[in-house]
Design a binder for this molecule. Structure first.
Ligand SMILES: Cc1ncc(COP(=O)(O)O)c(C=O)c1O
Length: 424
């Protein structure tokens, strides 16, 4: 299996030249040079309104169309007519829920996970507007030794499915727990159960925002209807992309675009207004960067190499945090603490017990040292943190250290050295 050349990887990110340790990548990653160049180029040379027939307009149309092709490849979608862009994942999920409104009946059931509010809130509000019923697939402890070792279990999902299940909204990876949900397996089990019970129509929405930097998305292989990721978490700029299965786009959604636009089978149906052209063109810089990571120039091989490198980062930090000495000190990983391929290097923890330390204070010590960026809080997965038991102060939340493939083992060791001082 191909491995990453980390020195080469790092030269693609201007921000990394300073040596600053970026440890808040689940919040947002650094932008790759190809994205920065494209945005500058777009604004410098083709910054005109889309849809025109004059020469620069044609070039601009072409560039924005490349954005859709690029996003389709990242989703592994079947067609560019299944993808679109918007300012943020949060906005895209809300638009989607609004466009679905006419196809939701009173009594329909939505199964949602308690993750980032972006893929929760729109479904909660839609349920309230239409009289649908909410059911929660909650993460539960995976180890008797640590009550915060929570993860999702398919066995706990299936009893929630009934003949009325209409929507399932899950996250492919938690932005707190760092664990990957086996989407293909989950969706297959869910659809089989719904079919056995005679459900009318089940559509599955997957939040891939915390997943996309680490693993390959496969909307077709997963058999899902909606998917969203944010470019700023996968080495791009601040915009987001969505996928909607073609048949679902046509049969379940009502356009929320201007009434005179003929958009019935097009993603513009859920894309009111322009998507930020320079950012869409900028997004075309992500795919070639990812493909270039391995000699095969293949996305699958690149993500395998990313996963392999990330495992070394996960291993160093988790081994330290779960060491008997740290556990005795009160350190509790929030999420699964095993070093497995089903885990990404987004690692959250709290320090509890007699000598508890607030997450805010731990991060404050890092901030005072300088040269390194990590964060604390609930990271908008408010309900997930709020429901942990024993209860945590939801605003103080967890300390989250989140790496991606451009981070080095040396950087993780620097983090561990600071943690050693704090926990001594
Ligand atoms: C898992 C997850 N979903 C959704 C979002 C929201 O993304 P956006 O900022 O694009 O709305 C985030 C942002 O942190 C996230 O981590």
């Amino acid at each position: 299996m191909a491995t990453l050349d980390i020195d080469k990887v790092r030269t693609s990110f201007p921000a990394l030249k300073s040596g600053y340790i970026y440890g808040d990548n689940a919040g947002g990653s650094q932008a790759v040079q190809g994205v920065i160049d494209r945005i500058t180029d777009y604004l410098s040379n083709t910054n005109v309104q889309l849809g025109a027939d004059y020469s620069i307009g044609v070039q601009s149309n072409q560039r924005v169309a490349e954005g859709a092709a690029s996003a389709a490849a990242l989703f592994n979608a079947g067609s560019v007519d299944e993808v679109g862009f918007g300012p943020s994942s949060t906005m895209l999920f809300e638009n989607l829920a609004r466009a679905l409104e006419n196809d939701i009946q009173a009594g329909d059931e939505f199964i949602i996970t308690e993750e980032h509010e972006a893929n929760n809130g729109p479904w909660k509000r839609l349920a309230a507007r239409r009289g649908a019923v909410l059911k929660y697939w909650r993460p539960t402890p995976t180890s008797s030794e640590n009550p915060y070792s929570v993860g999702y279990k398919i066995d706990e999902l299936l009893p929630l499915v009934t003949s009325k299940t209409r929507i399932a909204a899950i996250s492919a990876c938690s932005n707190i727990l760092g664990s990957i949900v086996p989407v293909k397996e989950v969706v297959k089990a869910l659809r089989n159960r719904a079919k056995e019970l005679g459900a009318r129509k089940v559509e599955v929405s997957v939040d891939c925002v915390a997943y996309a930097p680490h693993r390959r998305i496969d909307v077709r292989g997963w058999d899902i209807d909606f998917c969203v990721f944010a470019l700023y978490k996968i080495y791009g700029a601040h915009n987001a992309a969505f996928y909607i299965r073609s048949s679902t786009l046509q049969s379940s959604l009502t356009s929320i675009a201007h009434h005179f636009l003929k958009v019935d089978s097009k993603p513009y149906k859920v894309q009111p207004g322009g998507p930020g052209y320079e950012l869409v063109y900028g997004a075309t810089g992500v795919l070639p960067y990812l493909q270039s990571l391995t000699p095969a120039n293949d996305l699958e091989a690149s993500f395998n190499a990313i996963a392999l490198h990330e495992q070394t980062l996960v291993k160093s930090l988790l081994t330290f945090l779960t060491d008997a000495k740290q556990v005795e000190r009160g350190v509790r990983v929030v999420g699964q603490s095993k070093v497995e391929l089903s885990r990404v290097p987004t690692i959250s923890f709290v320090v509890v017990g007699q000598n508890a330390i607030k997450s805010k204070d731990i991060v404050g010590i890092f901030d005072n040292k300088g040269g390194i960026g990590i964060r604390y809080g609930h990271f908008y997965a408010y309900t997930l943190i709020d429901n942990l038991s024993p209860k945590l102060d939801v605003d103080d939340g967890v300390v989250r250290i989140s790496f991606v493939h451009y981070n080095t083992v040396g950087e993780v060791e620097r983090v561990i050295d600071i943690l050693k001082e704090i926990l001594a």
